[in-house]
Design a protein around this ligand. Structure first.
Ligand code: HEC
Length: 110
């Protein structure tokens, strides 16, 4: 009886550890995309146009400030990325372009 309980607890712990590991595995882009150059210059016109597209398409999941806390975020797994985080801020333009072109369920492709 005691042994069965121990086996059950151990199995549970191994399972939890496996789940945590699976969730922490990051969504990575192929290294080759890092050399892609953004053809759009960063200026007030492009920033304004980007903001408009972001508000229309991305805020439901990523939130008004890009924190990953949009209205649909609560029901999603994995959670939408926090675009203000170090991890996302450090990504190359090519990697970001690749990710939003490809999508990654539940993140749609654009
Ligand atoms: C339906 C919800 C949803 C919408 C709408 C959405 N995303 Fe996402 N996005 C996600 C989720 C969920 C992830 C995390 C996916 C993962 O980690 O597997 C994500 C991840 C990302 C990432 C990856 C961040 C990183 O560095 O790993 C980028 C970039 C991104 N989204 C940009 C956008 C942009 C730009 C838009 C709008 C054009 C957008 N997303 C719209 C749900 C969404």
């Amino acid at each position: 009886m005691k042994l069965n309980l121990l086996v059950l607890i151990t199995t549970g712990l191994v399972f939890i550890q496996f789940q945590t590991k699976a969730q922490s595995s990051a969504w990575s882009s192929p290294p080759s995309v890092n050399s892609l150059k953004n053809p759009v210059p960063s200026d007030p016109v492009s920033v304004k146009a980007g903001k408009k597209l972001y508000e229309a398409n991305c805020t439901p999941c990523h939130g008004n400030k890009g924190k990953g806390d949009g209205i649909a975020a609560a029901s999603l797994s994995p959670k939408p990325a926090d675009h203000t985080s170090q991890t996302v801020q450090k990504e190359s333009d090519g990697a970001l372009f690749w990710k939003l072109s490809e999508g990654h369920n539940p993140m749609p492709s654009y």
